[in-house]
Ligand binder design. Sequence first.
Ligand SMILES: [Zn+2]
Length: 458
Amino acid sequence: MIGARTLGATLLLALAGCDSAPRPANIDALRERCLALEQRALEDNRAIATLTSLCDTAPKRLSGTDGMFAAERWAAEQLRLAGCDDVRLEPVMVPHWRRGEERAEVTSGGTMPLRITALGGSVATPAGGLEAEVIAVRTFEELQALGDAAKGKIVFFNRPMPRALRRTGSAYGSAVPQRSQGAVEAAKAGGVAALVRSMTTTIDGYPHTGAMRYQDDVARVPAAAIATEDAEALAALLANGPVRVRLVLGCETLPDVEGHNVVGELRGSERPDEIVLIGGHLDAWDLGRGAHDDGAGVVHCIEAIRLLCATGWRPKRTIRVVLFANEENGLRGAKAYAAAHDAEIPQHVAAIETDSGGFTPLGFGCSLSGPQAEAVHRLFAPLQELGAGQFVPGGGAGGADIGVLHERGVPCFGLWVDGHRYFDYHHTAVDDVPAVNERELALGAAVVAYAAATLADR
Ligand SMILES: [Zn+2]
């Protein structure tokens, strides 16, 4: 889509031209705005109450469920209360997968329960479960090299997330193909199920769920995640000889349901047709209450609007909040947004996503590079005083929900936070409000507000 790319680039090139000086002319005013947003966010301390309200109102809000509708109603009301001029629900068909009974145990040499959870989208086991010998692998290549040795077995993918990587998101990216693709690879090798080490660097007792997919020409075998403590125990048993496991999964996929992206706007005073999008996702995995993933992102966006209104500021361009449906198991909301707004994608000046948890904000990853990135970096310099001045150009789409916009040439930004603890909670039963610090969450909202306001005023 050359047209979109050209206009997105043009707007940012204009911006780069305005700010080719090492110091933007209005930097003192920007700094003042930044500090005012920080102080207001910390003083008012609204973010944690908003998060608690979401998690109490819609504790389980996986796509297609009643909780999804409760979350949509809540979000629309919150955006109105925060000060949006216009709030609407935009329809999108979303998948409806339901977790059922789930358990597993070692059955050879005495029984030992294993803490497991179905991966999202998995098929059920046969009624009563399946029992088979386990074969452990660390990579798909290792599995393929086994030949027939995996036939009839439960394939146990046990490669840990690499601890040495500073960015836990990168460690996740390195290990997560086992989860997303493990069932397909297990089936190709003749396996009867996939058991995947949970995506966390820590050793704990919580299985971490997450999305997985099937492939049309490959048999669909059940897939579950196993807590890292039990993955270690299972590996130790396997070192001493064959191990059999019984796996029971009762999950099912129901017909698609009509859900919604929830969209709210602060209309621009001078160029209302030009849009700075800020977004997170409203759905969450069903084990916990989705406080970090992505209740925090939802709250960052709502509170950013509230902070901007409270400080009496009016954007020149429109700031549009999009709380996306179905990020976790389908990205249908992101695709529907891009389709419904196809004609105005060239009018998107920037998109900012927050989907890394409610931890201390550190700065932004940015899809831009070269002079455009340098220009934005200079505009974001006041964030250094909040400890959120990191700025990494060439950092990809900035998030899954704005990936489509990135592909269409829209400059994209992802809020970066301190990610060392994110995978202690990610997609587990303990992703809940007590895991979120109120000051860290509030600061994230101030940082998103500053970034959106600054881009909307250029
Ligand atoms: Zn998320």
